[in-house]
Structure formats: C-alpha cells, structure tokens
Design a binder for this molecule. Structure first.
Ligand SMILES: [Mg+2]
Length: 234
C-alpha cells in the first residue's frame, strides 16, 4: 500500500466524547422533568439539535444553545430563571470535563509515529477542540492538527492537498462512517473504521463493504499491528 501518513479522528477515536453528551441529555431531561414527558423533552432536544447543526456546527456551545431553545419551546417561551441558570451551568460544565483517553491510545500512537506521519483531524468548534487536544496530552504525537467544521469529500481533498499528501499514501482512521470513512474513501484515501460503543445518530451510515480500501478494526490498540500487516511493514 505504501502508506506514509495516518489521519486520526479525535472524539471517540482517541478519547471518550459521546458519553458526555448522552449524560448531559439525561441530566437535561431531569431538569425539565416537570414541564413535559421525558420522551417529548428528548425528542424536542433531538430535533432542535438536528435543525441547528448547519447553523451552529458541532460541540458543547451548539448543544447548550439547543438546550436553551428546547427549554424555551417547552416552557412556552418563558424559562424560569433558575432553570435557565442550571441549563447554562450544565453547558459550561461540559467544557470543563476532563479528556479521558480510550484504552491503548498512548501506546498505539507511540508505535504509529515510528512508521508514519500523523495528522489529527477533528471536526467541531475550534476553541473546544483545541482545548481538548491540549488537555489530552497527545499533541506532541502529531505532525499536524487539523480542526474542521465538517468532514466531507472536498474537505479531505483540500486537507490532503494542503499537507502535500497523496490519497494513495494516506489512511484515515475514525469511529464515524459518515465523517471519517466514507468521505475519505471518496477522496481517494484508505480508511480504517474503529467502532465506538455509542454512535450519535447523525454519524450513522452503512459500512462500505465493497470498497477495497475500507478496513475495520475492533479497537485502537490493534491499529498499529493492523496497519503494519496491510501495509507490509512487518
Ligand atoms: Mg469521532
């Protein structure tokens, strides 16, 4: 294969992220518990987030704005000030959460950097994602950090061009079929899917089984050996 550069997604590939949102959603449902049924609160929050994605992008700030909008809707536009304060502090508490690395990531990056140039390619809010990179302690493993607002074919093409990387020499690794795998394959790269225990519904897609450049490993710890094997660097 001749892989020279490995692109690594960050959220739920290098560190746990989705769980923070799932917990926050549960907490939000409890907070608003008296103004509607749990299911209605969940459904309203979900559709508000979906509607706002194009407007605000991904991340804690966008999530907080959607919680406020949901509460405003469910409280008939008059959110009690105590609830408003709780929603805002819930949102802020998300930004203070520690970054918990996924098992095997440090050892995996240690092994990968011996053979490859490593790029961290993360989607989301610039300030939030940079803060997580700093907190993770993983920055020094990477030759480049790319924070993008979304991940599609043109974004990967531009990114490869800017980093002077040929698609034939690049593999993208991540937990999202929709963001990390399918568009990277479309841009002519290889892709390795590492599923995470929870997948946000907006990141779901079919596995591209028929694409010869598509691979899947069960966990991050297996990635270095797997790449060595398919790349004949054994
Ligand atoms: Mg991810």
């Amino acid at each position: 294969m001749g892989i020279k550069t490995v692109g690594l997604d960050a959220d739920d590939t290098l560190w746990h992220n989705e769980k923070i949102f799932r917990e926050a959603e549960q907490y939000f449902v409890q907070l608003l518990g008296r103004c509607a049924d749990n299911e209605i609160i969940e459904r309203t929050l979900f559709s508000t987030i979906a509607r706002n994605l194009g407007l605000y992008g991904y991340g804690f700030k966008s999530f907080t704005l959607s919680m406020i909008e949901t509460a405003s809707h469910l409280y008939n536009k008059v959110i009690p000030s105590s609830k408003m304060r709780e929603i805002i502090s819930l949102g802020q508490s998300l930004m203070d959460k520690p970054v918990n690395l996924i098992d095997g990531v440090v050892e995996g990056l240690e092994a990968l950097r011996k053979n490859y140039r490593l790029l961290l390619i993360s989607k989301g809010d610039l300030v939030e994602q940079n803060r997580k990179v700093e907190k993770s302690g993983l920055k020094s493993y990477f030759d480049g950090i790319e924070i993008v607002s979304h991940k599609d074919k043109p974004v990967y093409e531009e990114l490869l061009k800017r980093n002077r990387v040929d698609g034939n020499e690049f593999v993208m690794v991540g937990n999202s079929l929709k963001s990390d795998i399918l568009p990277a394959l479309e841009a002519g790269a290889y892709a390795v899917y590492i599923p995470y225990d929870i997948t946000w519904v907006h990141e779901m897609a079919e596995e591209p089984y028929d694409n010869a450049r598509y691979f899947k490993v069960d966990k991050f710890a297996d990635l270095p050996e797997f790449l060595k094997m398919i790349d004949h660097k054994g």
